[in-house]
Design a protein around this ligand. Structure first.
Ligand SMILES: Cc1cc2nc3c(=O)[nH]c(=O)nc-3n(C[C@H](O)[C@H](O)[C@H](O)COP(=O)(O)OP(=O)(O)OC[C@H]3O[C@@H](n4cnc5c(N)ncnc54)[C@H](O)[C@@H]3O)c2cc1C
Ligand code: SF4
Ligand code: SF4
Length: 422
């Protein structure tokens, strides 16, 4: 069991994406002890899964690695991966929190030599690539995972395969008898930075996601474009591995729709423009059509929108696509709808479609639930009447990395004030 010394001066940060890591660093660098818990086996959240991120279109490891370096030299931050909060009791200035750890089956002696993966034959869907490829059941979650340590999938624990992996490890890093564990901490304030999940596109039945292989989502597109993705950065049609020549993006896929997500996620218009440029950079002959209701570009990213509009192979059509069908022989997709500017009917063929789905907040799913407020869509509101637990980043609203970082800094300050008020 972890022995973690904490007091009611400690700040707990839940969620180790860009927001949680920022809140943890800001609080620790201001002189406060921080415990950071992350449910994945690595830190970095959804940003780690992007190919490039705007505004500068840098690879995610630029921004993340600077933060990981700051964490490594700061003894005030203790972080736990494969960890979740089991329960919260108390009030501002004095919380008791239980933390649940899932077994990784690999200890800190792991050197990432990869021998366990070499002997492992079992493969599992790769969660980092949204299940678009397989990985060995003994795996490093992704190329620049932090902490840099392998994980064993529970499906091989208790099997001969698990034992083969353990025997292949000359560093004694594999512990097949690791058990789930729990420990308690004290905290004076909590920052909730659990971010977002992509909206489940299979709920938008008329777009055929899950049924038609060449209909994918925007988060999958980030992995397809990435060198460490399932196609090593070559954007290829999932059905037959062909280079796409004619690609459609459907904006507001399930968003601004009372039957799905009633709100605008604010980011998916720019994400599609960014992804259109991934395709155009890779395939100079490819054509891209973006079907939109309205284009929402965050203020400072308007320039990016202008640049994409200047590309003559990118067409914007104002339309809410009503339906997609598939040509079973070719895997091509037929989009139907109406051009809402001209009133003309749309019946167009594409070889690949990307659904620009929105962001769903990860709420505090703990029993009994702590006393916090949510807005009508389930985002935390940081109600001034309810102090002590503060949402940060995309737990509070769908937004980009730069705004998440600012928001997380503000949440760290609020957490410090909660402790100072005691
Ligand atoms: C298709 C697409 C492309 C995008 N591209 C860009 C871009 O180019 N530039 C840009 O600025 N923004 C982009 N964004 C937005 C960007 O992804 C978000 O701004 C960013 O992820 C917000 O970080 P976060 O830490 O708030 O949330 P997240 O990245 O979601 O991190 C939350 C973390 O909390 C963890 N967690 C969840 N629940 C729990 C729990 N119960 N206990 C412990 N841990 C938990 C998660 O595992 C995760 O690590 C894009 C979004 C989409 C949809
Ligand atoms: S667990 Fe052992 S064998 Fe596997 S990568 Fe780590 S050190 Fe190598
Ligand atoms: S950002 Fe664009 S695609 Fe996303 S919900 Fe808003 S208008 Fe629709």
């Amino acid at each position: 069991m972890a022995d973690v010394q904490t007091t009611n001066q400690t700040i707990l940060v839940v969620g180790g994406g860009m927001s949680g890591v920022t809140a943890a660093l800001e609080a620790a660098e201001a002189g406060y002890d921080v415990v950071l818990v992350e449910k994945n086996p690595y830190l970095g959240g959804r940003v780690a899964q992007l190919y490039e991120y705007f505004p500068k279109l840098c690879p995610p490891n630029c921004g993340l690695e600077i933060n990981f370096r700051r964490m490594k030299v700061n003894p005030r931050i203790r972080f736990f991966t494969m960890a979740e909060v089991g329960g919260i009791s108390g009030q501002e200035g004095d919380y008791d929190v239980s933390i649940k750890l899932s077994p990784r089956y690999v200890n800190e002696k792991c050197t990432c030599c990869g021998k366990c993966a070499e002997v492992c034959e079992t493969e599992i869907d790769n969660p980092f690539n949204y299940g678009m490829d397989k990985i060995k059941a003994a795996y490093l979650p992704h190329d620049f995972a932090f902490p840099t340590r392998y994980v064993l999938d529970p499906s091989i624990v208790g099997t001969e395969e698990g034992e083969k992996c353990r025997d292949a490890c000359v560093y004694d890093a594999i512990e097949l008898d690791m058990q789930p564990s729990e420990f308690d901490i004290k905290a004076g304030a909590i920052v909730w930075a659990c971010g977002w999940e992509p909206y489940d596109a299979s709920k938008i039945e008329y777009y055929g996601f899950g049924e038609y292989k060449n209909v994918i989502t925007n988060v999958m597109m980030e992995r397809l474009a990435s060198k460490s993705g399932p196609t090593e950065g070559k954007i290829l049609r999932p059905s037959d591995g062909k280079e796409p020549k004619n690609v459609a993006f459907i904006q507001c896929a399930g968003s601004r729709d009372e039957n799905h997500l009633p709100y605008c996620s604010g980011i998916c218009c720019l994400a599609s423009m960014k992804q259109a440029s991934y395709i155009r950079d890779l395939y100079p002959d490819a054509e891209v059509t973006i079907f939109f209701i309205d284009i929402r570009a965050l203020d400072r990213l308007e320039d990016f929108y202008t640049k994409v509009q200047e590309d003559e192979k990118v067409t914007f059509i104002k339309s809410k696509i009503a339906n997609i069908t598939e040509d079973e022989e070719t895997g091509d997709l037929v989009l139907e709808g109406e051009n809402t500017r001209t009133g003309e009917q749309i019946l167009m063929n594409f070889d690949m479609v990307i659904l620009a789905t929105g962001m769903v907040p990860n709420q505090i799913a703990i029993e009994p639930p702590p006393d916090v407020s949510y807005d009508e869509y389930g985002f935390l509101t940081n109600d001034p009447e309810k102090r002590g637990i503060y949402g940060a980043g995309c737990s509070r609203r769908p937004t980009d990395v730069a705004s998440s970082v600012q928001d997380a800094t503000a949440a760290a300050l609020k957490a410090i004030q909660s402790i100072a008020r005691r």
